[in-house]
Write a protein that binds this ligand. Structure first.
Ligand SMILES: NC(=O)c1ccc[n+]([C@@H]2O[C@H](COP(=O)([O-])OP(=O)(O)OC[C@H]3O[C@@H](n4cnc5c(N)ncnc54)[C@H](OP(=O)(O)O)[C@@H]3O)[C@@H](O)[C@H]2O)c1
Length: 312
């Protein structure tokens, strides 16, 4: 049955991939973001130019849209400075997502779909973590602020009466227009030999192609129990594996090797953590409960597609 759907962050990388999928299935889509000119380029039923940090305006727009489902794909990860990106996204989650939840409840929405991150798990025990693993809320600094904001959003989301909360915990997001695409931040760091192999390079990353970040939402508009879902591919990869492979495909120099001590003095804490101790995530819950399969099961073909190397 066609649903009325509001998509916040509709002009972002995941939002833009999601909108045509919703419309192909006949859903009525209201696209929401701040910049009206970018909204006007979208092919949707309604647009609403509004800031998630303005609760009163948000409430009016949501009431008008009368959604069954509200999806938050807003983010500020695109900010040029990484520390600023963390700070702005934490604020957006802490205040903006919560404002959107309030407005969704007031407008009578049945389900709210939020954005989380598998990188927020506390590294412990197994290499590959499932949804019941704790988020790393005690880590200090800007990263900790973001993890605490994500944890607070989920806690709120899963306990609100009258609305079903779903959190999509994405892996490292890649695909066209992301940090991994030519012109993006990861691409620039690899091409500039600024992303090294550190120690044994055993930090694991789970990846999510933008197509899967968007596509999984079709399964969760009405189906699936409320709660958290890891939305990741089937192949968590150590940095010693994915980083040289990415550099080769990008035509970049092989990554330089640093000891842990060298890395700690030359790189920021988050980069060292991701390259050396981060854990991967399992998509077992999505597969088991919804029969979901990623359309990009491995980052290998996914990365190759970024550089015109796939299909071969
Ligand atoms: N999304 C993720 O999970 C994730 C995770 C890690 C890294 N990244 C990387 O970050 C880069 C950017 O991708 P992205 O999806 O994060 O962001 P994006 O493509 O920049 O999209 C962000 C969306 O949120 C909207 N938005 C931001 N602040 C808002 C506010 N206060 N009120 C209302 N709407 C707001 C933006 O529109 P307006 O500016 O018009 O408001 C836009 O529609 C990509 O390169 C990706 O690789 C993304």
């Amino acid at each position: 049955m066609p649903l009325r759907v509001v998509v916040a962050g509709a002009t972002g990388v995941v939002g833009r991939a999601l909108l045509p999928l919703l419309r192909e299935r006949g859903h009525h889509v209201t696209a929401l973001a701040r910049k009206a000119d970018r909204l006007e380029e979208l092919s949707v039923d309604e647009i609403a130019a509004v800031d998630l940090l303005e609760p009163d305006a948000l409430r009016i727009h949501l009431r008008r849209a009368a959604p069954d489902v509200v999806i938050d794909q807003s983010s500020a990860f695109g900010a040029a400075d990484p520390q600023e990106a963390l700070q702005r996204t934490a604020k957006l989650r802490e205040r903006g997502t919560k404002n959107l939840m309030d407005a969704a409840v007031a407008a009578g929405a049945r389900r709210f779909i939020a954005q989380g991150m598998t990188a927020a798990y506390r590294p412990h025990g197994h290499d590959v973590l499932e949804e019941d693993s704790p988020l790393w809320v005690h880590v200090p600094g800007r990263w900790g602020d973001l993890v605490r904001a994500l944890a607070s959003v989920e806690e709120d989301l899963f306990s609100r009466p009258g609305i079903e909360g779903v959190s999509l915990r994405y892996g490292s997001l890649y695909g066209p227009d992301t940090h991994y695409a030519p012109g993006g931040d990861v691409h620039a760091r690899v091409v500039g030999s600024e992303l090294p192999l550190v120690g044994d390079g055993v930090g694991l990353t789970s990846f999510t192609h933008v197509d899967d970040a968007a596509g999984v939402i079709l399964e969760l508009l009405e189906g699936g129990d409320p709660g958290a879902y890891n939305v990741v591919d089937n192949e968590p990869a150590e940095s010693s594996e994915w980083l040289p492979a990415y550099a080769r495909m990008a035509g970049a120099p092989a990554p330089v090797a640093l000891t842990m001590e060298q890395a700690k003095s030359q790189l920021d804490w988050l980069t060292v953590h991701q390259l050396t101790e981060q854990r991967g995530a399992s998509n077992f819950r999505l597969r088991e409960t919804l029969g979901w399969k990623p359309s990009w099961p491995s980052w290998r073909e996914g990365f190759a597609s970024l550089f015109g190397l796939w299909p071969a």
